[in-house]
Design a protein around this ligand. Sequence first.
Ligand code: FES
Length: 123
Amino acid sequence: MFYTPRPTVRVEVTDTGETYRCAKDENLLRGMLRLGRRGIPVGCVNGGCGVCKVRILHGEVQRLGPISRAHVTLDEEAAGCTLACRVAPQTDVVLAVEGRMAKPFRATAAARGATNPTPQPQP
Ligand code: FES
């Protein structure tokens, strides 16, 4: 019997400089939590609270479930915003924390010495 590891890709959280490997079939938040990493704010992990709202700056993700319009509007989604607990990375991904947690999260990350607390979208 052969062990075939799940394919993974690299995820970078610009707010904290955190990087981790995430399987292509698990959501961005679960992949981070599985490794005991920090970087994306964690809430319900089920698409209901919006705490894990992020903006995908680079790379491709695939939806694993519905994205609540109460937390991510269609315009925001078109601009790269999504919920980290609802999407799986398909390529290496660079993301930034968005939404109501972004400001306090970046302040905390800056206090801890993160290198890039004000990320900019990439083309
Ligand atoms: S953690 Fe609550 S919506 Fe993702």
